[in-house]
Design a protein around this ligand. Structure first.
Ligand code: SF4
Length: 530
């Protein structure tokens, strides 16, 4: 399920992709998309059923946690899919999220929950009619294609359900390679490795808090995790994914996986994005360490008890939580040192240090939604993953100083992902599928006859159109926080490296056909965007 909106956090165009089953349910309820306009006077929820949309009273649900609300609506409406906000969305926390079914909200980072909260919409309930069939132009070819694609997944060393490393360990598979390569966010990006990293890894999760692997509609990969508290915490939840582990965990100096999973659960229940929350708490801990915040107002590295308290305060905008709820640039400004922020276009960079992973840095500096990319959507741009990806790695053949090639690879992936997101195809599939597979799939389902260049051109058009939207709203900066540009990695094997923004942007604008970062008339004409 993809949600598209203007972000209250970044003011850019934003989309949030949460996977799961809701998108299929919407199609089988009779709709390709649902557009919510305006604002209600009183709390409502939206019921989509049998080709009809109804607004129903949500007053009894207002003030409830997201998962609790989902449970109540499921018990009322039966076999339905539910997307709900928590109290953070009701309070318009700028990075409030929307929880999709049972705790699935990974990827919802831009404050989609605040947008629904502002509209006074607590939830969307979707009742699918599973007797309906989606029309397919060429069913015979479609079945052949399915067999071929399934065999590609089975043959993948990452995505095979039984032997694939990504299937076995999920997104937390990223922890150890990034730590070994020394690209892991640690203590607000002041270091690039963490001696407690193994305790946060997918391997560790499998032997401790993992109780099952979950999946999305018709996907054999099962990369999603379900975890439970086994000693100090009581919870049962989806996740945490690698992004939450690196944000609430290593970036805050926490090496306790069960504690990270509990905080992730709490964020879902209250309805805040755990990734932004973790990275903002890391800024607070950094400021506290520097003496910019009184100890009783601040946070010590690794202090889980205080983090839990602060997560609650953020969702209700209580005390210092009211400042933290405004997002990283406002927080670091209010704390007296804007350089503590790790945000680009208003949202904090996640997953990896851009001073070590240059492709990652360029992607996050130029993406239309700010620094919010998901590392497993772009694993082929990550040097730390070359051994894992093998021949699927794009950077395996690119030296770190080959800026033109790196810029081309970033542009290619951005355009491809724009298409995949629009088609509702999980981008993780690109670890097994090739561009030609997506082209063929689109053709056999729709009866069209497009080729790979045309498909990529659609992606380029989407990417440029998003940029035009941002430009129209005065958002034109392609950059990363100054600390990644001027503060070298302080220690370890990557010591001394900074992110070469100027050189990479020069090459990136050139491969995009932009003039000094602006799209320009010739490109607009070429893409029929005038
Ligand atoms: S690979 Fe994608 S579709 Fe499959 S379970 Fe993972 S997130 Fe869901």
């Amino acid at each position: 399920m993809t949600m598209v909106f203007r972000s209250p956090l970044t003011r850019t165009i934003a989309y949030a992709n949460t996977g799961g089953y809701a998108a299929t349910a919407l199609k089988l309820a009779g709709f390709d998309a649902l557009e919510i306009r305006g604002r209600s006077d009183s709390p409502k929820y939206v019921l989509v059923r049998g080709g009809e949309i109804t607004l129903l009273d949500a007053s009894p649900l207002w003030g409830k946690g997201a998962n609790e609300c989902i449970k109540l609506l499921k018990s009322k409406h039966g076999d339905v899919r539910v997307l709900s906000i928590g109290i953070a969305g009701e309070n318009k926390v700028k990075f409030a999220n929307i929880v999709n079914d049972a705790g699935r909200s990974s990827g919802v980072r831009h404050g989609a929950g605040a947008v629904l909260g502002d509209k006074r919409v607590k939830a969307v309930v979707i009742a699918a009619d599973y007797s309906l069939r989606v029309p397919i132009a060429n069913r015979e070819k479609f079945m052949d294609l399915l067999r071929r694609l399934n065999s590609k997944i089975r043959g993948s060393p990452l995505l095979n359900r039984v032997t694939g490393l990504f299937s076995i360990y999920g997104t937390p598979l990223a922890v150890n390679p990034l730590n070994r390569f020394e690209a892991l966010p640690f203590r607000n990006y002041t270091k690039t490795s963490f001696e407690g990293a193994a305790q946060l890894s997918g391997e560790k999760m499998n032997g401790t808090i993992l109780i099952s692997r979950l999946t999305c509609n018709s996907c054999s990969v099962q990369c999603r995790r379900e975890t439970v508290g086994v000693s100090r915490y009581s919870f049962r939840t989806e996740g945490p994914d690698y992004a939450q582990i690196s944000s609430l965990g290593s970036n805050c100096g926490v090496g306790d996986l069960e504690a990270v999973a509990y905080m992730n659960y709490l964020c879902y229940e209250l309805g805040v994005d755990p990734i932004e929350t973790g990275n903002i708490l890391a800024i607070l801990a950094h400021a506290t360490e520097r003496g910019l915040v009184a100890q009783d107002q601040g946070l010590r590295w690794g202090d889980v008890e205080r983090m839990v308290e602060l997560i609650r305060m953020i969702s209700t905008k209580t005390g210092i939580g009211g400042i933290l709820a405004e997002g990283a640039p406002s927080v670091s400004q209010a704390l007296g040192d804007p350089s503590l922020s790790t945000a680009a276009k208003g949202i904090t960079i996640q997953n990896a240090d851009p001073r070590v992973e240059y492709g990652w840095g360029l992607l996050n500096a130029t993406d239309n939604t700010g620094a919010s990319a998901h590392i497993w959507v772009y694993p082929d741009l990550i040097y730390s993953f070359i051994d894992l990806l093998g021949e699927k790695s794009l950077v395996a053949r690119i030296a770190l100083n080959e800026y033109d090639k790196l810029a081309s690879a970033v542009r290619y992936k951005q355009d491809l992902v724009a298409v995949l997101d629009s088609l509702q195809i999980c981008a993780f599939s690109n670890m097994a599928y090739d561009l030609e597979d997506y082209v063929e799939a689109l053709n056999v389902v729709t009866g069209w006859n497009i080729d790979r260049d045309e498909l990529l051109r659609v992606g380029e058009r989407i990417f440029n159109l998003e940029r035009l939207y941002n430009e129209a709203n005065g958002i034109v900066d392609d950059t990363l926080p100054t600390r990644f540009l001027s503060d070298p990695v302080p220690s370890g094997k990557n010591m001394g490296r900074v992110f070469p923004l100027k050189e990479l942007l020069y090459n990136y604008y050139s491969v995009r056909g932009w003039e000094a970062g602006r799209i320009g008339e010739p490109k607009l004409k070429e893409l029929s965007l005038t």
